[in-house]
Design a binder for this molecule. Structure first.
Ligand SMILES: O=C(O)C1=C[C@@H](OP(=O)(O)O)[C@@H](O)[C@H](O)C1
Ligand SMILES: C=C(OP(=O)(O)O)C(=O)O
Length: 433
């Protein structure tokens, strides 16, 4: 739902090529997995350089509510596991990782755990997780709706075992079940039956992080994941920067013919944001990753359209769509029907808002066809979606007079996007009229 009362943010227009080094905070996806796994571990864990933004604060609050002790330390948080306590209520906000990862953990509680979230969160699909928990022996009350709010009736233990789900709407259904499964009596065997699961790198991230903590995971059979019951080892871990959040800043380099450097870019990672190196190169950027982990993206003057299947990297879509709208040739972004269940229906939102600026975007069954045409000033609605707001900011770089509604929604995964954007542009920016 659009908050039409939210203030408008005049997106600054770049008057010279950007030239900046951007320090990115920790990955949302890795932080929230690290917190869940630390909560289930056999001793205290240190999580260093976590993301501290709305989605991860919601995760910290959820785990504290469930009895886990989380203390701030100079470079992050200490997590001390405890018995999971019921008789509590958890706020999921709009965080997919909280609403899909915490209920399987809450099933281990010694009583009821009530879940609810933002109004927009009540539209995001949850039925697959809830039905899976039921199949694993957990009682869940959702009034038959399959969305928030719902109550998980914990009894202190979960039988676990085999379960077949259709995870074509979100990889988070698989990840959420796998993360808590070492603590289930029989572990878990998740089998996916349906159209292909999106966001495979995020499932690989889940499997890798479970294995790093000693859990035994078999993912050798396609669409089947087996997690053995057993201890989760405590771990002192450093969170990688959030590569998906690099997207708007790197896009600015491409679009303005400038240069953006991102330090601490991992040499190897399961983050889908790493695909930006290839995708932005295909759109015309000069991309180089140095041996000491600095990614440098330079605009060459040309911005090419993109024909790409983004099924595995769907969260990159809003910023790529913004780039595509001002590129030199048409784009076709495919394989992303599941974006309709993200923070908002991102396919509808991108088409509506780019077209609202005079664009030519056509929604297809599983993606977007984007034909670049000159855009004009106007309001860019964000639908409580942080990546829609980032897309609006990117368009504003080259389209004078773009006003982004509710820029504060970027706090979902970045504590201060407007401040970072101002530093990106330095003094070489003109606020929109
Ligand atoms: O597991 C995760 O951390 C995520 C998985 C993906 O979800 P979907 O598979 O629903 O796209 C991704 O889009 C989201 O931003 C984060
Ligand atoms: C889909 C996203 O978020 P969530 O973790 O809430 O699903 C996203 O960040 O692009």
């Amino acid at each position: 739902m659009t908050d039409t009362s939210a203030p408008l943010w005049p997106a600054p227009t770049a008057v010279t090529p950007v030239d900046a080094t951007i320090e990115l905070p920790g990955s949302k996806s890795i932080t929230n997995r690290a917190l869940i796994l630390a909560a289930l571990a056999d001793g205290p864990s240190r999580v260093r350089y976590p993301l501290l933004a709305r989605d991860t604060r919601l995760m910290i609050d959820a785990l504290r509510t469930l009895g886990i002790v989380i203390d701030p330390v100079d470079d992050g948080v200490n997590v001390t596991p405890a018995a999971v306590t019921g008789g509590v209520a958890v706020d999921t906000g709009l965080a997919g990782t909280v609403m899909r990862f915490v209920p399987p953990l809450a099933a281990l509680a010694d009583g009821d755990v009530r879940f609810d979230g933002d109004p927009q969160a009540r539209k995001r699909p949850m039925d697959i997780v809830l039905d899976a928990l039921r199949a694993l022996g957990v009682s869940v009350d959702d009034d038959g709706r399959g969305v928030l709010p719902f109550t998980v009736a914990g009894t202190g233990a979960v039988a676990g075992g085999p379960v077949t789900i259709d995870a074509s709407a979100s990889s988070q259904f698989v990840s959420g079940l796998l993360l808590s499964a070492p603590r289930y009596d029989k572990g878990i065997t998740v089998h996916h039956d349906g159209e292909p699961v999106p966001s495979q790198p995020h499932i690989d991230m889940t499997v890798a992080m479970l294995r790093e903590r000693g859990a035994e995971v078999d993912d050798s059979v396609a669409d089947t994941w087996r997690v053995e019951p057993g201890p989760v080892r405590a771990l002192d871990t450093v969170i990688e920067p959030d590569l998906s959040n690099a997207a708007p800043f790197l896009a600015a380099a491409l679009l303005t013919g400038g240069t953006v450097r991102v330090p601490r870019w991992p040499a190897a990672t399961t983050q889908p944001g790493d695909d930006l190196r290839d995708l932005l190169a295909r759109m015309g950027a000069d991309v180089a990753l140095s041996g000491d982990g600095v990614l440098t993206v330079r605009g060459t003057g040309a911005v090419h359209g993109l024909d790409a299947d983004l099924h595995d990297v769907g969260e990159l879509t809003p910023v790529l769509a913004a780039l595509a709208a001002v590129a030199g040739s048409p784009s076709h972004l495919r394989g992303i029907a599941h974006l309709r269940g993200h923070e908002t229906d991102r396919l509808a939102a991108l088409a509506a808002e780019i077209n609202g600026l005079g664009g030519d975007v056509e929604e297809t069954e599983d993606g977007l066809v984007i034909r670049p045409v000159p855009l004009r000033a106007g309001v860019f609605q964000t639908y409580a979606d942080h990546r829609m707001a980032q897309a609006g900011a990117v368009l504003g770089l080259v389209v004078p007079g773009v006003q982004v509604e509710d820029i504060a929604t970027t706090s979902k995964t970045l504590a201060d996007f407007p401040g970072m954007w101002a530093r990106l542009l330095g003094s070489d920016a003109e606020p929109a009229a």
